[in-house]
Structures are given as C-alpha cells and as structure tokens.
Design a binder for this molecule. Sequence first.
Ligand code: ATP
Ligand code: MG
Length: 365
Amino acid sequence: MSKQTFKIAAIPGDGIGVDITQAAIRVLDTLAHVNGTFSFEYTNFDWSSKAYLERGWYMPPDWEEQLKKHDAIYFGAVGWPSVPDHISLWQMILPIRQRCNQYVNVRPTRILKGTHPPLAQLQGKPSDLDWVIVRENSEGEYAGQGGTTHGHEANAVATELAIFTRVGIERIMRFAFETAKLRPRKKLTMVTKSNAQRHGMVLWDTVFYEVAKEYDGVVEYDKMLVDAMTVRMVNKPESMDTIVATNLHADILSDLAAALAGSIGIAPSSNLDPTRSCPSMFEPIHGSAPDIAGKGIANPVGAFWSAAEMVRWLGKGQLDEVADKFMVAIENVTGQPETRTKDMGGSANTEQVTEAVCKEIEKVC
Ligand code: ATP
Ligand code: MG
C-alpha cells in the first residue's frame, strides 16, 4: 500500500497557540514516523494578532482558496490583549468556520489520567464524567447580524440577532443523534432556552423531537433548559452522555465541562464539515493565554488530543486504532506526576511533556 500524505494548514496564531502548535506538529510527525503508513505535509500560515498589528490584516484576500488546498487545518489560538476579541474572532476563526462549512463543533470531555477534577464525586469516580458536546457552529447567536445606532453614546441602541434555520438545526440534530448512537450509553441531551426565547429556541425543540422520532428505541433522549443544565452538569454528571446545544450555549457549557474535567489546557475541539467538501479544523478549546505566553509552560495536552481527533477524522475510520493508541500514549504521560504541567499540579514544561509523549508514542503506537 502506498504511503498517504495528509496536507495540513497550520495556523499557530497568538500566545501559547504558537508553543502548542509546534509541540503538536512534533508529536504528529513522531506518530507518522512510527506508524509508517502516512505522513504529514504542513503549510505554515502566520495569521495572528501580532501580524495584524504590524500589517493591518489577519488573513489575505485569497485565504479561503489557500486553506481549501489542504486536507485539514490545525489551529493554535487567536487573540491578544491589544486587539479587541470581537475583531480577532471575526477576522479569522469565525469566517473560517463559516466559509469552510464547519457546521459542527465536537468537544469531547472526560477525565484523563492524572487530572484532579474539582468535584469530590468525580475524584472518586472519574468515569462519571464522559461527555461529547456537539455545538452548532455556523449560525445562531454567532451569526454576526445586528447593528448599533448612536454608536456607544448614552442613547445607544444595539441589536444582536440570532439566526436559526431549519436546515441548520436539522443537520446538527442528525449529527448529534448519530454521535450518540455510536457511543456505549446511546444517550442525547438537547439544550435550549425555549421558555424565554420563543422563536428560534422553540424551532430547535420542534426539530429535535421530529428527528428524535427516527431514533426511538435506539437513542435515549431528553431536553434541558440551559440554566438547569449547568446545575445538572455539576450535580449529576453521570446522567449525561452526548449533549447538543446552540453556538452560544455550547460555547459556555464546554468551558464549564473543561473546568469540571480538571483543566482548560486539556480539552480538544474539532470543527467539522461532515460533508467533507471543505477541510475540517482542529484546535484546543483554550485561548492564547497571554498570562503564560512565551514562558514555555503551556499544557500541550489539549493540542495533542485535538491532533488525535484530526488523525481520526483524516483516517475516515481507517486510523481509529492509531488515534486510540495516541490517546493511550498521552494518558501514560498525564498519569505520571513528573510529566504534568502546572495547571495539572505538576512542574513540567511544554517541552518535557512533548518529549515524554513522543517517547510513549514510540512504545505504544
Ligand atoms: P479565549 O477568549 O480565546 O477563549 P480566554 O481569555 O477565555 O481565551 P484562555 O486563553 O483560554 O482565556 O486562558 C484562560 C486561563 O486558563 C488563563 O489564565 C491561562 O493561564 C489558562 N490556560 C489556558 N490554556 C492553558 C494551557 N494550555 N496550559 C496552561 N494554562 C492554560
Ligand atoms: Mg474562553
């Protein structure tokens, strides 16, 4: 069989995004080398807030064409204190998600070996928290529609319009049910706020129950209001498995999920185009963390887990075992106190964790 080469667009971005992307590439290359059936070819894009401040733009006019020449996008983090967050997000990450048809954002959360979750219940039984959050990634509250009158003056009025389409809701529901169906517990919780928001959220409810009919007897399902959901995530984590929510709700819930699992530095995310007409994008959920940027101490585990999900996606079912072993290698490292970063209670730096994961890959994969 000939060796497969995956073309990866690497966008390190800002702050610790640079450190963890470099670490992820090193680990991915080790994995490819050990496995021998595939390799990666990277194009590095210097699209960042730092570049924006120097030259006035994040991405060039033909960015879409450039990205679409690749099989996947690996993204570090974007955002810097001297650029308002709504500018950096709308200059880069949100246009990529929207123009590359990445309408699903998948965020798995479980408690990796060696993490210390804040809830006492989970310290005794880490397997109680094992979720996949499926986030609608293309519309809803982040549609970018609205406007202001009178600027930000005393009489300013601003509207922020959430857009929900039946097509958009139906495709995310189907993806969520299919995800739930493939997991051992076969359970889906749909999150909404349809008591207070009586248009789009009620459409979410309607479409959810319509699609649910196709999964009767196959997937167990229920509905939660987002406020009550935060309580359930803390009090009864074991009662849920797959969770589907809007762009905004899932954004917030996945940060909560990451904190409950022990550290935001661990959590991965996949921005997927399930139709595979555009490249999907893989990134840790954390931001550029300016407070620890340039110190070489960022936890690269979320970046490695995202890389494992990228391998799984690129393999179209053929590399699942490789991705699983990659995860074993990562957990063998987080399981050892001497190879944990500060946010996980250790004192190792990014380089030491990366080196340890590469060694484990050589043993396990
Ligand atoms: P964004 O707006 O992009 O979501 P944010 O402002 O929410 O970013 P993060 O950059 O995610 O914030 O960082 C939040 C906190 O978590 C920071 O104090 C940072 O030190 C810590 N943190 C985030 N990622 C990591 C990591 N990989 N390793 C260690 N600490 C991290
Ligand atoms: Mg954040």
